[in-house]
Ligand binder design. Structure first.
Ligand code: NYM
Ligand code: MG
Length: 212
């Protein structure tokens, strides 16, 4: 009998919500309980495309807005063969940002609609679970200054938050909203219980296709 597939689990949210910390904690907890798990993140800045994106985010280069949107999407597509291979091997993937960040950040720019932004990512492996780490702008501000990268301003992040809210209305995606204002351990416990549930369900289901 073929081994059961791993689950594709995504963490989304505005900057400072604690995604990276929680992805690391989740992978560690899954591994310690004997479940194979690995972390991935988008953008993956290590590839050739990822380096172009990274230079753009660091403001070392300028790219036209449609162009950079398509590069973010291409950066996901180039990792799809590896993602599928790992999932088939029974490894659960915990992913820090995915197509939802892609759509929320670009559609927060003037002149971009949600529908155009979604198209390049249609057909990507569909996450079995997307957890949105919900943090109000006021709570985010209490966590200190934003960084130096592009998009890291409170005005832009408010618009990004509204775009995420629009995306969360889509019932074809398994969204779970997590209260990221709780303590790190409480957030971790919420995330772990949703993830264990998703892993159990996913092992008997084929991997889906996003937004199709
Ligand atoms: N971002 C991320 C996008 O604009 N489009 C995308 O498709 C993805 C995956 O890049 N501000 C933005 C969101 C973040 C930045 O930051 C990546 P980090 O700290 O590497 O997650
Ligand atoms: Mg960040």
């Amino acid at each position: 009998m073929a081994c059961k597939r791993g689950a594709l689990i995504v963490l989304e949210g505005v900057d400072k919500a604690g995604k990276t910390t929680q992805c690391n904690r989740l992978v560690q907890a899954l591994q310690q309980s004997g479940r194979p798990a690995e972390m991935m993140r988008f953008p993956d800045r290590t590839t050739t495309i990822g380096k172009l994106i990274s230079a753009y985010l660091e403001k070392k280069s300028d790219l036209e807005d449609h162009t950079v949107h398509l590069l973010f999407s291409a950066n996901r597509w180039e990792l799809v063969p590896l993602m599928k291979k790992k999932l088939e091997q029974g490894i659960t993937l915990v992913v820090d940002r995915y197509a939802f960040s892609g759509v929320a950040f670009t559609s927060a720019k003037p002149g971009f609609c949600l529908d155009w932004c979604k198209q390049p990512d249609v057909g990507l492996p569909k996450p079995d679970l997307v957890m949105f780490l919900q943090l109000s702008p006021a709570e985010a501000a209490l966590r200190g200054q934003f960084g130096e990268e592009r998009y890291e301003t409170s005005v832009f992040q408010r618009t990004v938050q509204q775009k995420f809210e629009q995306l969360m209305k889509d019932p074809s995606v398994n969204w779970q909203v997590i209260d990221a204002a709780q303590g790190v351990d409480e957030v971790h416990n919420d995330i772990t219980s949703h993830s264990l549930n998703a892993i159990n369900i996913a092992q008997n289901l084929p991997l889906g296709e996003l937004w199709k």
